[in-house]
Write a protein that binds this ligand. Sequence first.
Ligand code: HEC
Ligand code: HEC
Length: 265
Amino acid sequence: MKYLRVISQALRAMGCLGMLLILISPGAGLAQELGDHQYTSQAIQAGLRIYSRECALCHGPQGDLVGGVNLRLGQFKTAQSDEDLRSIVTSGAGAGQMPAFNFNEADLNGVIAYIRAGFNPEGVAIFIGDPARGEALFQGKGECANCHRVNGVGPRTAPDLSEIGAIRSPASLQRNLLDPATAILPINRPVRIVTRNEETIIGRRLNEDTYTVQVIDSQERLRSLQKSDLVSYEISMAPSKPPTTLSSAEVADVVGYLLSLRGLQ
Ligand code: HEC
Ligand code: HEC
């Protein structure tokens, strides 16, 4: 792993370098790679027309006129995945209050794309798959549970994802899976620290201020260290994991699962 050597006074500068790495990463390749994991902008724009014609009458231009449902913000009564949305539109809802629509594939796709883009015709809309399948992938084939902790189960070597669905957008979750190098969180970096009493601490940075740094060490202990007690402090800016090898449909399922993680209620 490539470590960049820094001294504590240069930490602010490190923050800048981190940003630089994010900015200069290959954008075009990423757009292409993200391509089949998201709806096209044509679909989203077609969806705006269909929504205005067929749905706005009841749901309103902002999608918030039906109680307990906010289509723009992605708040539904029962729906979670895009498949759920498709079946609601094609079967109707609320014991006949919402009619069943008989759309062709392109129109159905468009209206879901428009909802997933947050009603922004210029927006980005990510496919959202089935949370239950996503959970199985998270625990199994995707190997996510080897590093991440959810609701009290799993290691602490990577960020705890118990509330990730409440704090990150679908686009940023997807990006973290497909291209971790551009999704690096400046704070959550692997660190290697040597203290004055010659202890070497390998871990992950959780927090930092002018005088202290908090890390989770390799034994999963939370450590709070005074910077004045450190002989060296190295922060890795290398990506913490390779891009996932899961298929498009599997990534959509995992994103669906991550979005369902909103802490224990
Ligand atoms: C005639 C009024 C009406 C129209 C038109 C209508 N809806 Fe609805 N929709 C409702 C009502 C009422 C509910 C709440 C149903 C319930 O209480 O379960 C609802 C619920 C929903 C839900 C949430 C369902 C759930 O269980 O999570 C979605 C998604 C939705 N509508 C999408 C659409 C879309 C997309 C269109 C246009 C293609 C549309 N609706 C057109 C009245 C309508
Ligand atoms: C080798 C260990 C490892 C594996 C395997 C791994 N991750 Fe991560 N992941 C990390 C680390 C470390 C970070 C935080 C550092 C960073 O941003 O690069 C992270 C960051 C994340 C974040 C962003 C957290 C935030 O606060 O925004 C998400 C979401 C995530 N991972 C999901 C997954 C999913 C889903 C999988 C399985 C497909 C997975 N990870 C597999 C180590 C791992």
